[in-house]
Write a protein that binds this ligand. Structure first.
Ligand code: ADP
Length: 684
């Protein structure tokens, strides 16, 4: 037991040491994989960014048309999904995405740029009408003037400008119907164009025409979907105008179709855009559809982007910028914008794409099996714990200082799994050893107690046998001496003495026979010579020899032996001994009764030899035990004997392929039945 417990202790200790070793190994493996992955990611990101920025030379950033720039960026983004928000910086001010609205356009230059042929005439007429409207306050005349402008065969943008003034003058001169008509035309035909203050006609007119939820929702979708290239200021302004009067139902209708994914709805977007509590979208820009996110990025750019040191043309630089959820990683380079000026053109990495595409690619390339997640630094709740305790954070020092890679062991490789296995093996085997030990101890104890019991029984046996031998020997000697000394005994008496001597000698023989048979059985040398025959003969002879002795002891023996019996195979000496043992017991345990019946008959393919007495019987709990060697029912032990009779009977019957059955009740006599399997049917 003590060694087993020591073994258990050592086993558990070793499991613990093993766990610590595996722990350390796993952590260092995880760290190694993480560092490999981090450097591969940095390398790949830089490569992809470089490839994208090499192509920006094709982008015409000189144009003042923001929409043009945006379309070029979108085409670029299709080829380079690494790029999230593009930006253009002049000095430290952000030119794209535009934060502030440029100053209003000058009519003359605008008109000639839009319509080089007729722009001048349009400008003159328009100015005249404007004079009537604004200075002289004659809306009617002004209206006529604007209408003439509108009817001129000129550029659509100029027509739209004239039409917007027509609508305004209709309003002023008390013609709301005509005004609505004009606004609707503006909305429907010139919606994409911008007025002199850079406002889209669709929005400017949209606020004037009769508001319906569907129209509001459409304008909202257009706005957040990026239909117009606007400044951040404008977007904020229009959003507040569009969403504040929007009924809930309309908002609900618009929300699912809003092109910005993963957000709650228009109002949430406005507040996100205003920079209050934006939670995730800033850090996960959509490939191109996140029109509002770019403004937040632009604000972060203006507030936080500072390039240090001289810039080399053609070089790609990188800068991590705080903002959004945690930050943006930008790549940029110098591009000439004409007129000897240079700008910085770059983009913020599309982290969603990076995490969902580049990360798995690099992981697969390096054959990293561990689970890898991206964890935002300093964002509460952004890093839910991985598999219990088994997590290693690896920084990306060159890029993304605001996020870490979290690596946890792939399932099945955690130390908890390994140690659990070790623990089970150790405890299991130790428990097994303990169980085997306990069993051994139990068996040993049982064996020892059996041995001592057997010793006791043997010594009892020796004294019982000696005692049993003593009586006949004493009698034989006594009568022998009497016969020798006194010569003048009458014939009758002398005969009596001889009979006693013969009887006791027979008893002695029987006793010795029993002991010898037992000792032969013990040493495995007992042999039975089975031969085919009729049991009746041997039974009758035994009864004849023993009956005499039986009667002399005052017993009456009734024998009922069937005359025609099936043949059985038997050993005559064995059968005779078995019958004698049973008769002997019947006499010994007869109590007050003196009758013993012996029956021999055939039944159900067996030949049955039955000995019945009416003596003290055997208590039920002793019935199995009486057939064991040396066993004697404690109450009957006084009768002499040594617990071998029934043991021999059973042994003899087993050698005959038969059995011994017993019926007995306490005080009601006993019936022993020897069952011999019959060889054939009735003897002819
Ligand atoms: P023993 O030499 O003691 O008679 P046996 O093996 O013949 O040994 O019998 C075992 C025990 O069975 C006896 O001690 C006795 O108590 C009981 N027994 C055997 N035969 C009878 C019987 N006919 N009537 C009552 N008890 C019996």
């Amino acid at each position: 037991m003590v060694p087993a417990l020591v073994l258990l202790y050592l086993g558990l200790k070793s499991v613990q040491r093993q766990r610590d070793a595996i722990n350390a190994l796993l952590v260092s493996n995880l760290r190694l994989s993480g560092e490999k992955l981090a450097s591969e990611l940095e390398h790949q990101t830089a490569q992809l960014a470089g490839a994208c920025l090499r192509e920006v030379a094709e982008v015409d950033v000189g144009t003042s048309d923001g929409r043009q720039i945006r379309l070029q960026f979108e085409r670029l983004r299709e080829r380079h999904p690494i790029a999230g928000y593009f930006f253009l910086l002049e000095g430290n001010s952000v030119c794209y995405p535009r934060l502030r609205t440029p100053p209003p356009r000058q009519l003359d230059s605008y008109a000639t740029s839009e319509d080089p042929a007729g722009g001048k005439k349009f400008a003159a007429l328009f100015r005249e009408a404007e004079d009537q409207e604004l200075r002289l306050d004659h809306p009617e005349q002004a209206l006529a003037g604007y209408r003439r402008c509108y009817e001129l065969p000129t550029a659509a943008s100029l027509k739209a400008l004239a039409l917007s003034r027509v609508a305004r003058c209709c309003q002023k001169s008390g013609r709301p119907g005509a005004a609505q008509q004009a606004y609707r035309t503006l909305l429907e035909n010139y919606g994409d164009l911008h007025d002199l203050s850079h406002r889209p006609y669709a929005l400017a007119a949209g606020f004037e025409v009769e508001q319906t939820p569907a129209r509001q929702a459409q304008l909202y979708r257009d706005l957040v979907g990026g239909r117009w290239e606007l400044s951040a200021e404008q977007v904020e302004y229009f959003l507040s105008r569009l969403t504040s009067p929007l009924p809930d139902a309309a908002r609900a209708a618009t929300a699912p179709r809003a092109p910005v994914s993963g957000r709650a709805g228009p109002r949430a977007e406005v507040s996100h855009f205003a920079g209050t509590g934006r939670s995730s979208a800033g850090s996960e820009p959509d490939a191109g559809g996140d029109y509002l996110g770019r403004f937040e990025f632009a604000r972060a750019l203006e507030a936080g982007f500072r390039h240090r040191g001289p810039l080399g043309s053609g070089e790609v630089y990188t800068y991590a910028l705080a903002g959004g959820q945690s930050g943006y990683q930008t790549y940029y380079r110098l591009v000439p914008t004409g007129a000897g000026r240079d700008s910085l053109l770059g983009f913020a990495v599309n982290l969603k794409w990076w995490e969902q595409n580049l990360l798995p690619q690099c992981r697969a390339r390096l054959a990293i099996k561990e689970d890898v997640r991206v964890v935002w630094k300093g964002v509460p709740g952004a890093a839910p714990p991985g598999r219990a305790g088994a997590e290693v954070l690896v920084a990306l020092p060159g890029i993304f200082p605001f996020l870490d890679l979290s690596l946890s062991p792939s399932p099945g490789a955690t130390w908890s799994d390994t140690t659990r296995r070790g623990f089970l093996v150790y405890t299991g085997s130790t428990l097994l050893i303990v169980a085997v030990l306990i069993m051994g101890i139990l068996l040993l104890t049982r064996d020892v107690s059996r041995e001592s019991q057997l010793n006791q029984v043997r010594s009892d046996f020796v004294s019982a046998v000696s005692h049993e031998l003593k009586t006949p020997i004493t009698l034989i000697r006594l009568y022998g001496e009497t016969l020798l000394e006194g010569e003048s005994f009458p014939e009758q008496e002398r005969r009596g003495f001889y009979q006693i001597i013969t009887r006791e000698a027979e008893r002695l023989t029987h006793l010795i026979d029993r002991v010898l048979t037992f000792s032969r059985i013990e040493s495995g040398q007992q042999q039975y010579h089975l031969q085919e025959g009729d049991l009746r003969l041997v039974v009758a002879r035994t009864l004849e020899v023993y009956g005499q002795y039986f009667k002399q002891r005052g017993f009456s023996l009734t024998a009922d032996l069937a005359t025609s019996l099936p043949l059985v195979r038997f050993d005559p000496d064995g059968v005779s001994q078995a019958l004698l043992n049973l008769l002997d017991n019947a006499a010994k345990y007869s109590g007050d009764s003196t009758e013993v019946d012996v029956r021999l008959r055939g039944l159900d393919g067996n030949v049955i030899l039955e000995v019945e007495d009416h003596g003290i019987g055997i208590p039920p709990e002793e019935r199995q035990k009486v057939f064991e060697q040396f066993y004697r029912v404690p109450a009957g032990a006084v009768k002499g004997g040594y617990g071998l009779g029934l043991f021999l009977v059973r042994h003899i019957m087993e050698a005959h392929g038969g059995s011994v059955e017993m019926e007995s009740g306490c005080g009601g006599g006993s019936r022993f039945r020897l069952v011999f399997p019959a060889l054939s049917e009735l003897k002819a």
